[in-house]
Ligand binder design. Structure first.
Ligand SMILES: Cc1ncc(COP(=O)(O)O)c(C=O)c1O
Length: 379
């Protein structure tokens, strides 16, 4: 049995997952680039409004392909938030690049675009904004700065499928946008990801990189009789077994998003009193952003209060957690970061953030219990 009555996250089944997996198994065609994968790519293209979408084995894989496409020289720099998942940095670090960590806004927890220009050097090649929780970064300013300095924009939209900025889907502003279908994401297939290529010249090479450095994708499309080694690459394709599962989820995207929006809004409305009373701070957005409703967090006044509330909830069977340990202070990140340059907002937020149970199938009863326990704690 699960040690927590109300888990932090739980995969959602939309109905057709088993049927589609069975069909994939029976077809005898379960490697990458198969028919279910094609259908997923078509649906994603429709959703994002962009024709060049590639499924990958994870968002990490998609980031690694994006980093390959930069053709960076050792020591070239990439600007990214320290308040993000390891892969946002590691994908570039394994290509010999140096991550330059930028601080975040205290309200949206997205990178603070006002600091960008001060971090750009002659070695800067790319900016990687992360749309935290599915709320857009300030894409107008970030886009202007990246054009001004001729930098490549790679959007980490791991949280953000379905989110928009000024009505335009997140992931479509940069040269490349990447998404995650990891177990905890809005849509999932265990481990999985996708990338949208918004610069057509990058597409063919991205397909080769994804297929172990071969032109297998063109072979599958019937464009050649055999395939061969063309370039660098790795095993970044999503198996058709997982694509079958993902297709069921994608077909239910609207329903999933509707449920998540409801749960998010219920938390927001019902916790407002605690914010007004000064106990905690609720998530903030910007007027141009429409959220993908990926996660729900609250900010406590300090680390002691955060830890104490987290343990209180856990002692009542409710798993609330925090993330991210700032990358710039991690054993690996500190090798790259000048310790004198403090990132005060990142440091403070990572000590004060608490993520509440949030998943598509969270029942009204369980959500009410989380909310009641929060009120009980502060009374
Ligand atoms: C912002 C961000 N980027 C990238 C990733 C990596 O995604 P994946 O687990 O699909 O490789 C994550 C994972 O949660 C993430 O939160």
């Amino acid at each position: 049995m699960h040690p927590f009555k109300i888990p932090f996250s739980r995969p959602y089944l939309s109905g057709n997952e088993y049927r589609y997996i069975e069909a994939a198994v029976q077809s005898g065609r379960i490697s990458g680039g198969g028919p279910f994968g094609k259908r997923c790519e078509m649906l994603l293209s429709k959703l994002i409004g962009s024709s060049d979408v590639l499924l990958t084995s994870s968002c990490t894989s998609a980031l690694e392909i994006a980093a390959f496409l930069l053709d960076a020289l050792p020591g070239d720099e990439v600007i990214l938030p320290s308040f993000t998942y390891v892969s946002t940095a590691n994908a570039f670090v394994i290509r010999g690049m140096k991550p330059v960590f930028i601080d975040i806004h205290p309200d949206t927890l997205n990178l603070d675009e006002r600091l960008l220009e001060s971090l750009i050097t002659s070695k800067t090649r790319a900016i990687v904004p992360v749309h935290y929780a599915g709320v857009a970064c300030q894409m107008d300013e970030i886009g202007q700065i990246s054009s001004k300095y001729k930098l490549t924009l790679i959007e980490d939209a791991a949280h953000a499928l379905g989110g928009t900025f000024s009505g335009r889907p997140l992931g479509t502003f940069g040269a490349i946008g990447v998404y995650s279908f990891h177990e905890t994401k809005n849509l999932s297939c265990g481990e999985g990801g996708a990338m949208v290529i918004n610069e057509a010249r990058l597409l063919e090479r991205a397909e080769i990189l994804r297929e172990k450095g071969t032109n297998r994708t063109q072979f599958i499309q019937g464009l050649m009789h055999q395939y061969t080694w063309m370039d660098y690459g790795s095993s970044y394709a999503l198996s058709d077994l997982q694509a079958a599962y993902l297709l069921a989820q994608l077909e239910s995207f609207e329903e999933i998003q509707r449920k998540r929006a409801q749960i998010w809004n219920d938390y927001y409305q019902e916790l407002r009193f605690l914010e007004q009373a000064g106990h905690l701070t609720l998530p903030k957005s910007i007027p141009q952003a429409f959220s993908s409703y990926h996660l729900f967090y609250v900010l406590l006044p300090n680390k002691e209060e955060r830890d104490s509330l987290m343990h209180w909830l856990q002692s009542h069977g409710i798993l609330a957690v925090f993330h991210y340990i700032p990358l710039h202070n991690s054993p690996m990140g500190s090798r790259y970061h000048d310790s004198i340059r403090d990132l005060p907002v990142t440091r403070s937020v990572s000590e004060r953030i608490l993520r509440l149970p949030f998943y598509t199938g969270l029942s009204r009863r369980d959500q009410s219990e989380v909310i009641e326990r929060l009120y009980e704690y502060f009374q």
